[in-house]
Design a protein around this ligand. Sequence first.
Ligand code: 9WN
Length: 442
Amino acid sequence: MTEEEKAKLAEKAKKILKGNWEKIDDQAGYTKPSKTIYPFQWNWDSGFIVYGYTHFDLEKAVKECRALFRGQWKNGFLPHIIFHKDSKNYFPDPDFWKTGMGEFGEGLELAPKGIKTSGITQPPIHGMSIWHIYKAIRREKGKVPAIKFLKEFYPKLLALHKYLATKRDPERSGLITIYHPWESGFDNSPRWDEALARITPKNVEPYERVDTKFVDKKFRPTDEDYDRYIYLVQSLRNKDYNDDLIYPDHEFKIKDQVFSSIFYASNKRLKLMANTLGEDTSEITEWMNRFEKNFRSYFYSLDGNFYDYDLVSKQRIKVPSAASLVPLITGLLEDYEISKFRRQIGVHKLVPSVDEESSIYNPDLYWRGPIWVNVNWLLWKGYLEHGLDLNFGSLRENIIKMVQKEGFYEYFSSETLEGRGSDEFSWTAALLLDLIEHKKDY
Ligand code: 9WN
């Protein structure tokens, strides 16, 4: 690809981010993942999106984080959606989540006042992304503004990590428990099939899906999936999103290897932030030690692959998927594991969300086979985390080529590479920019 072609592609990416931007006030704003199907601020999308802004509009990167953390709850929990503005184009909407209303109508104590949010979270990538923004501010504007930025966000991040390390890990394993497939970010991944099949949705309120108005139903989760998604939200809502009430008998409780690996990678940066600010690092070190001690005993199977661990069935979920490669992001893997991962890369030399040889693989269906840019970017980051070269495994080059040819889609058919889901998708644009303009984080 010529420099001129790269520049042209980068311009397109910036244009998409600008088009999906929503100003809130002079201090904050956010980027809708997509103009049509996802009209609010999403948690892990924002983490990916700010990587893009660091390459051309640092102020927006900061404003995006500010908007996101305005939705943070008093216990540190960071919701997966922040509904800054109204829109009829999404279900479940704030009226369904009812995070502002406790059982006795007094309002949920923990939820922030005056801002509507969902009641579940998403992979905590913000230690990574906030450290990345800090480095960019330091490079471009100097030490003083960079430290000011860290001082604003470090306490918020620490509160989020403390919440995860306690309420979502009462076992003190260093691995994080999710309550809902949406918390994984890999919604209808076959990783969750068995756990969902055990659940019989009861008393599901009548609801109407909106997603299928924008994207062909055959590329989205099924109605049976949605019934379970909604049932699980109702179960959490019935307990006022109170972890102490939820944890003992919630029906979907999984130690997610992607979520936990991202948590570890974020803790690495959180520790660097603490050192930079002269803060105590003992708690963060403890969370990292727990992960290092336990991630293999929970996730690593004798067949040589990493899998999620189901706390209800007390078994590893042996589904061959891209998630098994994401522990790369921790930087803790051995050389032989990295070479094994390379052999699992698909026909287009990009990693499909489910292994191509598996009987459940579907090249076009959402998280059940298509190629996602964020997942491949995470794996590329994982290579860098192990000190490998920027172009190792050609992932970087192949993601760029795919987007240049097919467009900035939400996901891509892993058979034909054709774009699927929403077009002008924000994280595809942002991560493409990051791949093109890459600068070292450390
Ligand atoms: C539910 C916004 C989000 C992503 C998720 C992706 C999809 C939502 C949905 O879109 O999930 O959170 O309605 O399908 O699976 O990873 O954060 O882009």
